[in-house]
Write a protein that binds this ligand. Structure first.
Ligand code: ATP
Length: 215
């Protein structure tokens, strides 16, 4: 039988701000798929016109607060420590050179991101560095034809394969998402309403203390 490796999963996003949708998803993926580590990986945020800017340091600190009482989830802030935008493939290369090739590395993404994957920088390289865990909402499907369909057909795998190989598989996982988005949270605050119960209390306190997301 194939030997199980240490399994590390990465959950990327801008986390502007982090909310319970992100946190539940990361925790459920870790528990259901049995990853040894689940790391939240905040990325640089391209500036949006008309939106007040929230610094990388603020997004980092809110995420750190959200994870303070959750030993199951870790913060990996390597992209924020680098200057400017980072491509996922570069981050995975860096991780791979740190961790060696005896570790199973999985990058989690939503179906939307998978559909856009052929537009990513050096996308063909991604599966040589990591597995992809693709989360679909119940009732949503992977396309039947095209580049992405072929990629999934070639690489589709299960958790046993993910845990015994370092990279190269695509695992599709159907999961219900909490109906929360960071855009929704920002809009509530901008219009003077409360986002309480959509995100951790400590993150809300931080937003209020630093007067974030107000116009
Ligand atoms: P925005 O509204 O600013 O686009 P967002 O809430 O979608 O932000 P991101 O930081 O862009 O959050 O997303 C990080 C990751 O979390 C992505 O993989 C995204 O698919 C996932 N995600 C976002 N919202 C939810 C949710 N409600 N439940 C589960 N996963 C989510």
């Amino acid at each position: 039988m194939a030997q199980k490796m240490k399994t590390i999963a990465l959950f990327g996003g801008t986390f502007n701000p982090v909310h319970f949708g992100h946190l539940r998803m990361a925790l459920e993926l870790k528990e259901v798929l049995g990853f040894d580590e689940m790391r939240l990986l905040p990325s640089h945020q391209p500036a949006h016109r008309g939106e007040p800017e929230v610094s990388a340091a603020d997004r980092h600190d809110m995420l750190a607060l959200a994870l303070e009482n959750c030993p199951e989830l870790m913060l990996d802030d390597r992209e924020l420590r680098r200057e400017g935008a980072t491509y996922t493939v570069d981050t995975l290369e860096e991780l791979r050179s740190e961790l060696g090739d005896k570790i199973s590395l999985s990058f989690c993404m939503g179906l939307d991101s998978l559909l856009g994957l052929p537009g990513w920088h050096r996308w063909e390289k991604l599966l040589t560095l990591a597995h992809l865990v693709v989360v679909t909402r119940p009732g949503w499907h992977i396309p039947r034809e095209g580049e992405v369909a072929e990629l999934v057909a070639q690489h589709r795998g299960d958790m046993a394969e993910l845990a015994s190989e370092p990279a190269g598989r695509i695992l599709i996982r159907e999961q219900t998402l909490l109906p929360i988005s960071a855009t929704g949270v920002r809009e509530l605050i901008r219009s003077g309403r409360s986002p309480r119960y959509l995100l951790p209390e400590r993150v809300l306190d931080y937003i209020e203390t630093h007067r974030l997301y107000r116009s």
